[in-house]
Design a protein. Structure first.
Length: 484
């Protein structure tokens, strides 16, 4: 079936493959050139991961670029296998991983720690996806502990930027201006009103943080915080040889078993954080359904787990990535969904928008003019991403709590996580939940603190903590599935 053959209100055509739905460009979805061109420019954010790997692992720029390109190729797996989202990093958990890996000696031991962590996370996520247990793991955790982990991830993100040796001290003026503008564009009521009343500002807002990154390229040299870009032409030159010989199991061998065991607390904390992205992806797609009754979009959390878990497992072997492989790039997913809402003429299918965008970012990573243009301000792009994510994580973490006692436990747990790491945070959070709630350890209490204000990622009055029981929509009868 061609993408043009979709019945009104039906599922976009695909080739069935077990739990996956295979869709190819031009065959199963229309290629969306506006989203491709936007992706061509927004690869600048993907490139910001290079700063993480060069600082934490001492990895050469070209080897880190190879990691980014490999991760970029695996981004395509989501829409190609039936997950209708724009995937990205596990941004809120980056500071947690940095703090954990930094406890090991720089060099081989630190690389081993990263490999063990990412492989454990990948296998864990795949197992949850294949068995259908994805939603149940987080649901059994006390709300106070979940709130503390998510809040602590946000605090750790902010601390990473402003701590001694953090990126703020290298780009103080650029980061201040860029973050101020970003918070205005993304979170202010005034700009939200402008978008509601003006098509120009609505389209400008749909560009996400790209205008801010473009502005940083100019501001940083003006304040003498970075050199002007030295544009080079041709194709980028990733160094896969150095990557595989010095930073992967091909050159170093597998980490010792002890490293897999010590990674477990950080893996669990990271999973709690990334599960919020799964909730958010579903909520955004549910909202779009109201505007697009012509396409039935099926978001299956188990399929999403299998895909991003598989990405992490593969990357741990061929290119360990500090940014990790997450289920959602929330900012750009919102941009794609907003254009999707404009109707079938604007975007035939959500798979066309999300897929074309990621084909665009992959193209940009191969073009040397794009890479060299943003190279001087990669630290600014990373700081911007961390601070935005810090704001969102703290807000969501607070809304996970069900009572004032939950907030107290969450505050202490979050502070311990941000300063001492995931192992201590779990120990402190569990101990406080036992001391405060006793036999009500798992349920905690609901004192009505958030009854009126909680909105979370679902409908009014529904928090992320309440919206963890996600079930996939009915994909149709066997006869219907076999005709797609």
């Amino acid at each position: 079936m061609s993408y043009r053959d979709r019945t009104d209100g039906g599922v976009q055509p695909y080739w069935p493959l077990g739990m996956f739905q295979v869709r190819l460009p031009f065959v199963h979805y229309r290629f969306e050139w506006p989203d491709y061109l936007q992706g061509l420019l927004m690869c600048a954010v993907d490139l910001a991961a290079i700063a993480l790997m060069t600082e934490l692992l001492g990895m050469p720029f070209e080897a880190a670029l190879a990691v980014v390109i490999l991760n970029g190729v695996l981004y395509l797996a989501h829409h190609l296998l039936g997950d209708p989202v724009v995937p990205g990093w596990i941004t809120p958990a980056i500071p947690l991983l940095i703090a954990y890996v930094a406890t090991f000696e720089e060099g081989e031991q630190r690389v081993f720690a990263l490999i063990a962590f990412q492989l454990t996370l990948g296998v864990f996520a795949v197992a949850l996806g294949v068995t259908g247990l994805a939603t149940k793991v987080v649901r059994i955790l006390p709300p106070a502990l979940k709130a503390g982990i998510v809040m602590g991830a946000g605090l750790a993100a902010v601390i990473t930027v402003f701590d001694d040796g953090g990126r703020f001290h290298t780009f103080p003026f650029t980061i201040s201006i860029a973050v101020g503008l970003a918070f205005y564009l993304l979170f202010s009521r005034h700009f939200a009103n402008l978008k509601a009343t003006s098509r120009f500002w609505r389209r400008f807002g749909n560009l996400g943080i790209f205008p801010i990154i473009a502005l940083a390229i100019v501001i940083a040299p003006l304040f003498d915080e970075a050199p002007w870009p030295q544009i080079e032409w041709g194709l980028s030159n990733p160094d896969f040889g150095t990557l595989w010989s010095q930073y992967t199991v091909f050159g170093l061998g597998f980490p010792p078993l002890s490293m897999f065991l010590t990674a477990i607390p950080t893996v669990l904390a990271t999973y709690i954080v990334l599960f919020g992205d799964v909730l958010q992806a579903r909520a955004l797609l549910d909202e779009a359904d109201e505007s697009r009754p012509d396409e039935k979009v099926i978001y299956d959390p188990s399929r999403a787990h299998a895909i991003f878990g598989g990405r992490n497992a593969v990357m741990s072997i061929i290119g360990p990535d500090v940014a990790m492989c997450g289920p959602l790039w929330a900012a750009m997913h919102v941009v794609i969904v907003e254009r999707y809402k404009d109707g079938k003429a604007a975007m035939h299918s959500i798979f066309g928008g999300s897929g074309s965008f990621r084909w665009g970012t992959n193209t940009g990573l191969l073009l040397m003019p794009v890479v060299t243009l943003v190279e001087p301000i990669l630290g600014v792009a990373l700081a911007l991403t961390l601070l935005i994510q810090g704001y969102v994580s703290v807000r969501i973490g607070i809304m996970e709590a069900r009572s004032q006692r939950d907030l107290g436990i969450a505050g202490v747990t979050g502070a311990v996580l941000a300063t001492q790491g995931a192992t201590w945070a779990f120990a402190v959070g569990i101990a406080l939940c036992l001391l405060v709630y006793g036999r009500d350890f798992f349920s905690g209490e609901d004192d009505g603190t958030f009854a009126e204000t909680a909105t979370g990622s679902g409908s009014a009055g529904e928090t992320p903590a309440q919206k963890t029981d996600i079930e996939p929509e009915d994909p149709g009868t066997p006869e219907e599935r076999n005709t797609r």
